[in-house]
Design a protein around this ligand. Structure first.
Ligand code: ARG
Length: 469
């Protein structure tokens, strides 16, 4: 069969050109969005008197039949038909005859493909908000179970100050909350309809874009037809949001890998989320967080790829833009894979409270608190810092920790020390002394958990309100 656009041509397309320019191998993933868009378009053509009711019925039934074929795996996608749009149109014409050719009235593949991608991302963004809030729930659950678990907090990967494990987990919950809010915000721009823009200038047919938008549950229309078909900002934005999500997951991944090493032994990931070695029988490897860490790179790559693709591209549609899809599909798949695994992996993770506490007892992470102690007794902080530095050095040289020193030893460094220094130095007290908004004191962390639970509830409601069936 000749090409749908074959009229102007006198020669067959070179086979290699056909293969090089075709996108059907990957844009098949837009098949159901393409049908959804076409169903609304044809209904609008009917409503506006551009097609007769019987033509609308025939085309609508035909589109359902094509959809059915695709669902049953009976669709015969052909590379000669280039992309998903022309494959579906050809199958429609095979199904119902030449009347199928009326579907493309008042439309171009340029506004069609953009619409498909808006529909596709809209669906996935809502799902990602759901997956992110599931992960928050798993983290909060662990946080609640670890309200008495203290570990050294790190800076420079050196033990810094004791913190509640819950507080540490809530830091990730906060990052994920920003990720959720970014996705929710992007939804406004994703849920904007390009359809009706035609190739770039609009159409001479008396179409009703508002009607099509209402059928497709789009909240907004692109206001400028040229912008409508040229814009891929919404995909760039999604890839940037996805990059940040992967960045956050990769930081958590890194910590899970470190914490599950024998050297740390702070946590143990469930057997179901680890893999073994083909040679070393003792091994239990944290492959999931390692792979998430590794796959972060490809998502950044897709962001950079699309930014570069769009840079300096003249308006409106250019074939270059066909390259916007694979990175987007791969990002959706990569993100979905990671998020799906993370929530159950966190939920089933065992936390080794004893080892965390041992690490706190066998370090100097309560040193700042001795300084604060002296400050409370009237010494300037800088002077106190100097005194404690000397005490720590003394401890290191004498193989002792701060809690091992006697009051007499303390007094040799400064007369302001009293018996209550030993109370101030207890890890629980060190943690609970950080009793300010956003601090690690148990009371503050409990309040933070309640706040976070409200956010999770809000996200769940948002997901329900934005799920289009
Ligand atoms: N497969 C094309 C793409 O994804 C569809 C739009 C084609 N438009 C055109 N004028 N050739 O970009």
């Amino acid at each position: 069969m000749s090409k749908l656009w074959g009229g102007r041509f006198t020669k067959e397309t070179n086979k290699l050109v056909e293969q090089y320019t075709a996108s059907i191998s990957f844009d098949q993933q837009l098949a159901s969005e393409d049908i959804t868009g076409s169903l609304a378009h044809v209904a609008m053509l009917g409503k506006c008197g551009i097609l007769t009711p019987s033509e609308v019925n025939t085309i609508t039934e035909g589109l359902h039949a094509v959809q059915q074929k695709m669902t049953n795996g009976n669709a015969n996608f052909k590379i000669e038909d280039e992309d998903i749009h022309m494959n579906i149109e050809r199958m429609l014409i095979e199904e119902i005859g030449p009347v199928g050719g009326k579907l493309h009235t008042g439309r171009s593949r340029n506004d069609q493909v953009a619409t498909d991608m808006h529909l596709y991302l809209r669906r996935h963004v809502v799902h990602f908000v759901q997956l992110l809030s599931d992960l928050q729930r798993a983290l909060v659950q662990q946080a609640e179970q670890n309200m008495d678990t203290i570990l050294p907090g790190y800076t420079h990967l050196q033990r810094a100050q004791p913190i509640l494990f819950s507080h540490h987990l809530l830091a990730y919950v906060a990052m994920l909350q920003r990720d959720i809010e970014r996705l929710m915000d992007s939804y406004k721009r994703i849920n904007t309809m390009p359809l009706g823009a035609g190739a770039l200038a609009g159409t001479t047919f008396p179409i009703d874009r508002h009607y099509t938008a209402s059928l497709l549950h789009f909240d907004h229309l692109y206001e400028n037809s040229i912008d409508a078909v040229s814009d891929r900002d919404f995909i760039v934005e999604f890839l940037a949001d996805a990059s940040l999500i992967m960045l956050h997951l990769s930081r958590l991944s890194e910590e899970l890998v470190l914490w599950s090493s024998t050297e740390f032994s702070f946590i143990e990931l469930d057997d179901a989320f680890c893999t073994g070695s083909s040679i070393m029988p003792q091994k239990k490897n944290p492959d999931v967080p390692e792979l998430v860490r590794g796959k972060t790179g490809r998502v950044y790559g897709h962001l950079m790829g699309l930014l570069t693709l769009l840079k300096s591209l003249p308006l409106a549609y250019n074939k270059d833009m066909q390259e916007d899809k694979e990175g987007m599909f791969d990002t959706v798949q990569t993100l979905q894979g990671a998020l799906q695994l993370f929530a159950p992996m966190i939920a089933t993770m065992k936390v080794n409270k004893t080892n965390m506490m041992k690490a706190v007892r066998e370090d100097y992470s309560n040193a700042t608190d001795i300084a604060d102690y002296l400050v409370n007794k009237g010494l300037p902080f800088r002077a106190a810092h100097e005194v404690i530095g000397k005490i720590v050095l003394y401890c290191i040289e004498n193989k002792k920790y701060l809690l091992d020193l006697t009051l007499e030893e303390y007094k040799q460094f400064n007369v302001l020390f009293e018996k209550d220094i030993f109370v101030a130095l207890q890890p629980e007290n060190v943690v609970n002394a950080r009793d300010m908004h956003g601090g690690t004191a148990k009371k503050r962390v409990s309040q933070a958990i309640e706040q976070v639970k409200l956010c999770i509830e809000k996200s769940d409601t948002w997901v329900k309100e934005h799920t289009i069936t």
